[in-house]
Design a protein around this ligand. Structure first.
Ligand code: NDP
Length: 244
């Protein structure tokens, strides 16, 4: 099955920003979407809106830091729609700060959501895709997965990890299963709201003055999904034209 129409697409972090935009766009293009995140009120409203427009959406509460939760989420997608064609490992947090501030809990949260969350998506989805004989992982890295900036050491480390994990996965499964990394530049979303350090918050405010809408990233995701099965878009970097 190539294209987007009819594909079953599970999206983590679908309650806002890029995940929400991707869900709307892919559903409009005929995908059956399964939405996961912790804020189920948001997911419910989004699923209702998609279904009201003639799309097909389901939702389930998901904390990506729990493998059990992730397996239940993928299992739910399978129960509802019979298969899982694409998993978008999109959930992420970005509480930036300098290392010297020692916000160890926030480092651990980034590691848990941004790295373990992606690994859990792979652990839950890979057996399903192997059994189906096909599938696609789309993992959200960042321009921060290419270069490190002050206050972003741990966040960037998690996004470098997403790059490494995705490349390793691609090499292991190539042939049956596609692996795509999406690396956005500054994009409108709620991501910077997780910053608690005042210095980093101010820095991000300045840095995020020039941004692109989340729909721009959704379109790049749709591009990777709609390619024929024998075409694997390995990475797309999308950033504001005006960024350095
Ligand atoms: P948002 O903050 O708008 O969205 C993040 C999503 O992740 C939310 O839906 C949130 O849902 C979910 N999430 C956070 N923690 C968990 C968890 N433990 N379990 C399940 N879901 C969770 O930010 P973006 O849309 O911008 O972020 C999407 C991805 O894009 C992230 O991986 C981010 O790192 C990446 N990215 C974003 C850029 C940007 O400038 N916006 C630039 C580069 C990369 P909930 O709180 O309801 O659980």
């Amino acid at each position: 099955m190539s294209g987007i129409e009819g594909k079953v697409i599970a999206i983590t972090g679908a309650s806002s920003g890029i995940g929400e935009s991707a869900a709307r766009l892919l559903a409009r293009r005929g995908a059956r979407v399964v939405l996961g995140a912790r804020r189920t009120d948001r997911l419910e409203a989004l699923a209702r809106a998609i279904n009201a427009e003639g799309g097909s959406a389901r939702f389930r509460k998901l904390d990506v830091t729990s493998l059990e939760d992730m397996e239940a989420f993928i299992g739910y997608a399978r129960t509802e729609f019979g298969r899982v064609d694409v998993i978008i490992n999109n959930a992420g947090v970005m509480p930036l700060s300098k290392l010297e501030v020692r916000k160890v809990d926030e480092w651990n949260r980034m590691i848990d959501v941004n790295i373990r969350g992606v690994l859990h998506g792979i652990a839950a989805g890979l057996p399903v895709m192997k059994q189906q004989g096909r599938g696609q992982f789309i993992n959200l890295s960042s321009i921060g997965g290419h270069a490190v900036s002050p206050t972003a050491a741990v966040y960037c480390a998690t996004k470098f990890a997403v790059m490494a994990i995705s490349e390793g996965l691609r090499q292991e499964v190539g042939g049956d299963i596609r692996v795509t990394v999406i690396s956005p530049g500054v994009t409108e979303s709620e991501l910077a709201e997780s910053i608690t350090d005042p210095l980093a918050a101010q820095g991000m405010k300045d840095f995020r003055r020039i941004s692109i809408p989340a729909d721009a990233i959704a379109r790049s995701i749709a591009y990777a999904v709609e390619q024929p099965d024998d075409v694997d878009v390995s990475e797309i970097i999308v950033r504001p034209t005006a960024s350095p």
